[in-house]
Design a protein around this ligand. Structure first.
Ligand code: SF4
Length: 303
């Protein structure tokens, strides 16, 4: 591609597309997904926010060199502290004696203090499964859920706990609209019966969001057979829609809001500068910086 004929010729050198990057897609629909691809709450949320983002991230596989939010260093520290918090909580839930560990630096020190003083209340005590992953078949694909903590009273009830390290507490309506709130209970009902000792009735499952910044005010969602039926239809329909996308460039979101914290914003001509962490966009769980914890490498983190 010659920059003289490129639609990106006006871009600064640093964000020029590389010659070998195909900016449309290798293939559209199911054929373009990587082998053994599994849908997840993150990939489905990407599609819900912006089909083009899903295409670029999962079909094209494009890693775009842009920051998600600014200031860059503060963003990176914030994400790292979220990872560190999840690691501490995992080890604590595994029963390791780490109560005396006092991480330094805010907000991690505050989050951990909140965790120890105000842990989620009312969880089953019998069995705890921190950082556990399930998957189930749906529409010919696997749908997976990586869960921070599963608290189980076998044969009685299951509570799914998600640690939230967002800067501000999202409201209930926002949380209820997140794909996470559908995917987690759906997958647990379908795939966790071996931990429960038998078939799980949807009413035996609940989902708790626990907020490191607001620990005494978690948000709890019940679940029901009607919810499960609705989620089956909703998630199947969404996956079918993804698989049926056949345009070379999938639709770009009309909501500029999603672009402010999207790494592809320069590629989509939706602005070059990242949104600011303090501008309010990250008040919503919708724009919580994503991080996928690589548990294979997490041991390298020291406190
Ligand atoms: S910058 Fe906006 S339009 Fe482009 S992929 Fe990201 S969210 Fe979608």
């Amino acid at each position: 591609m010659s920059n003289g004929h490129s639609p990106f010729a006006h871009w600064p050198e640093a964000i020029q597309p590389r010659e070998n990057i195909e900016l449309t897609t290798r293939m559209a629909g199911a054929d373009g997904l990587p082998p053994a691809f599994q849908f997840s709450q993150n990939s489905l949320q990407d599609y819900a926010d912006c089909p083009r983002r899903f295409q670029l991230r999962y079909i094209t596989g494009l890693r775009w060199p842009a920051v998600q939010s600014e200031p860059v260093q503060e963003h990176e520290q914030f994400v790292q502290q979220g990872i560190d918090f999840h690691l501490l909580a995992q080890r604590h839930q595994m029963g390791l004696p780490i109560e005396d560990i006092r991480p330094t630096g805010d907000p991690l020190a505050l989050w951990w203090d909140n965790y120890l003083r105000f842990p989620p209340a009312g969880l089953p005590e019998q069995v705890r499964y921190p950082e556990i992953q399930f998957s189930t078949a749906l529409s010919g694909f696997r749908l997976m859920a990586k869960i921070d903590l599963l608290a189980v009273a076998p044969g009685e009830r299951i509570v799914i706990v998600d640690w939230k390290t967002t800067r501000k507490r999202p409201d209930r309506a926002t949380l209820s609209e997140r794909l996470q709130s559908r995917v987690y209970p759906f997958v647990v009902v379908e795939a966790a019966s071996h931990l429960f000792g038998g078939t799980i009735q949807p009413e035996q499952v609940s989902l708790m969001y626990w907020f490191a910044q607001a620990p005494i005010n978690p948000e709890v969602f019940g679940y029901s057979a009607a919810d499960h039926t609705e989620n089956t239809n909703f998630l199947s329909t969404m996956i079918a829609e993804i698989l049926n996308q056949d345009e070379p460039i999938w639709p770009l979101t009309p909501e500029d809001f999603h672009c402010r914290y999207c790494v592809y914003r320069s590629l989509c001509d939706r602005g070059v500068r990242a949104g600011n962490l303090d501008e309010g966009g990250l008040d919503l769980a919708d724009d919580e910086p994503e991080f996928d914890i690589d548990w294979e490498n997490i041991e390298a983190i020291a406190f």
